[in-house]
Design a protein around this ligand. Structure first.
Ligand code: C2E
Ligand code: CA
Ligand code: CA
Length: 499
């Protein structure tokens, strides 16, 4: 109970921490929202206006090349045409040799009320702020001629319903000179800025102050609520999953402590001599209420929480203790299932040998069988451990041969004595199943390499007869007997020795 409370407290703590992190990152998140929004607006604006500030200087050069610079009727018409056909230019005025002309004819179109000090100077071109967030481009054609062009306002791209203009400032930057585009009157305290590169060497620098960021946070509150909910769900999932894993692990650990994992024994018979030649040890979980669970219900969990090591040791100890109660032939072999990882673990195998050593007097031959369905991670290590086990006299069997990863490479690399032919192939006997050919290949391979073969999952006499014809006589299957607890297996063994 204490553990459960601690676990939930831990998840609650993680939740509080994640909320705190969201709070710490909230300005950054709000700024990213603003940036994303602003970039989209600039891109749309640029697209709609064919690159407002990118093109103006080129447009001016183009215009100048067409003018005769006399301010005659033709020049006025060209200026008017140019302004009306351009998306970006509102006003054009030319002063040349003390003559003036503009889109209004011979009248001036540009007021002089703008700051000429603050400017971006780039060759013959100087750019200044003009009224209403517009820019004025003054182009000095020659010492006596100057053309002034007023661009359309930049307004549409920064006017945004979520932040008022006073919280944003926009600069246009070129050759390390900056010109403010927006006339914000607000107090710009802490600023968050980003840059947007235009063509022709111009860059827009867009900044937002803390008040603007706070406005975005209010506007996009739902995003922060959503983040909070996601964190809550993740912490909940973590707590529940942790809870589930832990409780399974705890149950298995409790089962181990109480000795609830017990060996069942399935006889292995020589069909030729009808003698009992061994057994496979198959674990069962006998709960305190008497319920018996087969391995498929728990073995994966036992492996996942690494409790397979104490479980195998406990099974080995019980098998050795059981066999002190019966007399078996010298060639009788009890086969215990192990995982590839266990066979790669020299320390674990040394512990198993110690257990066998401690019961040596009444000990039957012991074999370890490893399934081909799971992969070895370090085949060289496995080989060295298995060689040591083999030298000690422990037989090594490849279980479920033909179904998994290793195939013939395991058989060639590892010091195996026996292959256990999987039920999947035995089931093909008497059918037209394509896998029949694999069965034949496995049997041929077994004979060629002089490996012992055990046919597993044999259920019919027809299968026994077929296998006998193929010189496979060692049989394990329901035809002879199902796995049984030791009290029954003891009787089974006795009944055999009477025959
Ligand atoms: P396995 O090693 O392939 O064991 C053979 C399985 O086939 C056993 O299932 C056995 O009861 C079943 N069987 C044998 N003859 C027949 C038959 O004629 N017909 C049918 N339908 N089934 C037959 P069981 O006992 O449920 O074990 C399932 C698996 O659990 C085993 O497959 C083995 O991979 C694993 N297992 C069992 N005990 C242990 C253990 O102590 N350690 C480890 N690591 N795995 C174990
Ligand atoms: Ca097996
Ligand atoms: Ca098997």
């Amino acid at each position: 109970m204490i553990n459960v409370t601690t676990r939930w407290k831990k998840s609650g703590f993680y939740f509080v921490i994640s909320l705190f992190i969201i709070y710490l990152l909230s300005n950054l998140i709000a700024f990213q929202i603003f940036k994303y929004n602003a970039i989209e607006r600039i891109a749309t604006f640029q697209h709609l206006n064919h690159g407002r500030y990118d093109k103006i200087s080129k447009d001016i050069e183009h215009l100048v090349s067409r003018l005769s610079l006399t301010c005659d009727k033709r020049d006025i018409n060209i200026i008017r045409d140019f302004a009306s056909s351009s998306n970006n230019i509102r006003i054009i005025q030319l002063i040349t040799n003390h003559k003036l002309c503009s889109i209004y004819g011979k009248k001036p179109a540009v007021t002089d009320y703008y700051s000429k000090k603050k400017a971006i100077q780039s060759g013959k071109l100087s750019i200044h702020n003009y009224t209403n967030n517009q820019l004025i481009f003054n182009y000095q054609i020659n010492p006596k001629s100057k053309i002034s062009v007023v661009s359309e306002s930049i307004d549409p791209f920064y006017i945004n319903h979520m932040i008022s203009n006073e919280n944003i400032s926009i600069f246009i930057e070129c050759n390390n000179q900056k010109l403010k585009l927006s006339h914000n009157s607000g107090y710009i305290s802490k600023l968050y800025s980003f840059k947007y590169k235009l063509d022709n060497g111009y860059t827009l620098v867009i900044s937002i102050n803390e008040k603007g960021i706070n406005n975005i946070k209010k506007e996009y509150l739902y995003i922060f609520i959503l983040l909070g909910i996601i964190c809550f769900l993740l912490c909940l999932a973590f707590a529940l999953n942790h809870d589930k894993n832990k409780s399974i692990q705890q149950l298995i650990q409790q089962g181990l402590n109480k000795g609830e994992f017990i060996p069942y024994y399935q006889p292995i018979i020589n069909s030729k001599t009808q003698q009992l030649v061994g057994c496979e040890v198959l674990v069962r979980w006998k709960r305190c209420n008497g319920e018996i669970f087969p391995p498929y219900l728990f073995i994966k969990n036992v492996e996942n929480c690494h409790l397979i090591y104490p479980m195998t040791k406990s099974i080995l100890q019980q098998v050795l203790a059981d066999f002190t109660q019966v007399q078996v032939d010298d060639n009788f072999c009890a086969s215990i299932n192990v995982t590839p990882q266990q066979l790669e673990n020299p320390q674990f195998m040394a512990e198993c040998i110690n257990i066998i050593e401690s019961q040596k007097t009444h000990c039957p031959n012991i074999a370890l069988e490893v399934t081909e369905r799971m992969k070895f991670t370090d085949i060289d290590k496995a080989k060295s451990v298995m060689t040591h086990l083999s030298d000690y006299g422990i037989k090594l069997k490849l279980d479920d041969a033909g179904t998994g990863f290793g195939g013939f490479s395991y058989l060639q690399t590892l010091p195996l004595d026996t292959i256990k032919i999987d039920k999947m192939f035995i089931d093909t006997i008497g059918t037209n199943d394509m896998k029949r050919d694999i069965l034949k290949a496995i049997i041929n391979f077994g004979h060629e390499t002089k490996l012992e073969m055990i046919a597993e999952g044999v259920e019919t006499q027809q299968q026994v007869d077929y296998l006998a014809k193929k010189n496979v006589h060692i049989i394990q299957g329901y035809l002879y007997a199902k796995p049984m607890p030791f009290c029954k297996f003891k009787q089974y063994i006795k009944q055999f020795s009477h025959n």
